[in-house]
Design a protein around this ligand. Structure first.
Ligand code: IPM
Ligand code: SF4
Length: 467
């Protein structure tokens, strides 16, 4: 029978299937961080058991780490406690930890792929919603809760019902100044932050095929922001090329075997999806959000949709979102002053993002009214950026290159956006208070963020690009 990619990988991992019950799914790789693992470790301790397969778990410290002076003790007490707990738990339970100071440390969804841990055909979980990022490699990757983290620790399996499948096809060529982040913000703006609820989404079509692995990760990262269980893209030569030679990627004969299998990982031509959506790449402009969920996005030259145009049941919350942001119906965002620019997070902190920003800002200066933070996704991204001299470019432009971590993506560490301030952010969530109490977040691509950094206001980056 014809199968979708999700079905192929899912079925290959079912340990037990019984009518009327969720499947028991084998988990190849479990990623953990300091926020969602402590209770799970405690649970094991209470039961007097260890991890069933500790070698299939990898840990890193990312959410609570500072992004300046990482060699010094962490100043925030709660953050220090969380990171210390992770270190202690990993040592006690025999889990490999890439903690602060380790050359592999970084945001969990950045290090998995760059270390060759994330591979096509795998099942991967993490107590973190943006685990969907790893789907860019043609893996089934999704976020789980803390009690499930404990379940995976103890059994290397999870009880899961097979998700419904959705295909989102985007065909055609992207316009100048438009990238992966714009595609995903566009899709979410069209189908809403709940449009993918209950589905596992496969992104297909020429627009995704032409993206680099970094771009595909940006797209899959945000599939969760449309409510989807996860997102994935069938692996191809771009995928194999990216993986080859990475630290933990298969080598020699193992590589040949793996590659032969990976080449079977695509949705069969006549496979049935529960839902199919199609978009045209040429319709997509640089995007920006104006509200407090990632679905509240518009093309940079568009105006904020009117409250009256929203479904009646949603008008109150829509108005509340605009009030929070200090925006009004029908307004254009162009020219609005910006206070902070944050380039980072598991959505856009990979080397390609930093390169794109550096290329754009080279020879330009940061505007006086903005503070710019560039936070690499990992120690390896940081090292690469320095090796390529990107740090010098940023410094000359007045941008600060900090150390790796989740940083201002969420106000869980020292990097917070002050109340009332506007931040153009390359992260994935613009919820109320996400970047700090009463901070106002506008989600955009690295290029659009960089344009705001040099002009000090919301700007159509296309006007600043050389033809
Ligand atoms: C802290 C963690 C559980 C959370 C998540 O699950 O996504 C965080 O990473 C986020 O982005 O909000
Ligand atoms: S960078 Fe942001 S979205 Fe990604 S894992 Fe960290 S907090 Fe979550």
């Amino acid at each position: 029978m014809a199968k979708t990619l999700v079905e192929k990988i899912w079925d290959a991992h079912v340990v037990k299937r019984e009518e009327g019950f969720p499947d028991i799914l084998y988990i190849d790789t479990h990623l953990i961080h300091e926020v969602t693992s402590p209770q799970a470790f405690d649970g094991l301790r209470k039961r007097g058991i260890g991890l069933f397969r500790p070698k299939q778990t990898v840990a890193t410290a990312d959410h609570n780490v500072p992004t300046l002076n990482q060699h010094l003790p962490i100043k925030e007490e709660l953050s220090r406690y969380q990171v210390d707990m992770l270190t202690k738990n990993c040592a006690e339970f025999g889990v490999e930890l890439y903690g602060l100071g380790h050359p592999f440390q970084g945001i969990v969804h950045v290090i998995g792929p760059e270390l060759g841990i994330t591979l096509p055909g795998k099942t991967m979980v993490c107590g973190d919603s943006h685990t969907s990022t790893h789907g860019a490699f043609g893996a089934i990757a999704f976020g789980i809760g803390t009690s499930q983290v404990e379940q995976v620790f103890a059994t290397q399996c999870l009880q899961q019902s097979k998700p419904k499948t959705m295909k989102i096809e985007v065909n055609g060529e992207l316009k100048k100044g438009v990238g992966a982040k714009d595609i995903i913000l566009y899709i979410i703006s069209k189908i809403s932050a709940a449009g993918g609820t209950g589905y596992f989404v496969e992104f297909a079509g020429s627009a995704f095929r032409s993206l680099s692995m970094e771009g595909r990760m940006t797209v899959c990262n945000m599939s969760i922001e449309m409510g989807a269980r996860g997102g994935l893209i069938a692996p191809d030569e771009t995928t194999f090329e990216y993986i080859k030679g990475r630290e933990f990627a298969p080598k020699g004969e193992k590589w040949d075997e793996a590659l032969a299998y990976w080449k079977t990982l695509y949705s069969d031509a006549d496979a049935k999806f529960d839902s199919v959506l199609t978009f045209d790449a040429a319709d997509i402009a640089p995007m920006i959000t104006y509200g407090t969920n990632p679905g509240m996005g518009i093309g940079i030259t568009d105006h904020i949709p009117a409250t009256a145009a929203q479904p009646e049941t949603e008008q109150t919350s829509y108005k509340k979102a605009l009030d929070y942001m200090g925006f009004a119906d029908d307004e254009s965002l162009l020219g609005k002053p910006v206070d902070y620019v944050f380039i980072g997070s598991c959505t856009n902190s990979r080397i390609e993002d930093l390169r794109a920003v550096a290329e754009f800002v080279k020879g330009k200066q940061k505007a006086d009214n903005v503070e710019v933070w560039i936070v690499p996704g990992s120690k390896q991204v940081e090292a690469q950026a320095i090796a390529e001299g990107l740090d010098k470019v940023f410094e000359a432009s007045g941008f600060q290159l900090r150390e790796p971590g989740c940083s201002a993506c969420l106000g869980m560490n020292e990097d917070k956006i002050p109340a009332g301030k506007y931040c153009v952010s390359t992260s994935n969530r613009n919820f109320e208070g996400r970047q700090g109490p009463n901070a106002r977040t506008m989600l955009a691509s690295p290029l659009t963020a960089a344009a705001a950094a040099v002009t000090g206001k919301i700007t159509d980056v296309r006007e600043l690009l050389t033809p």
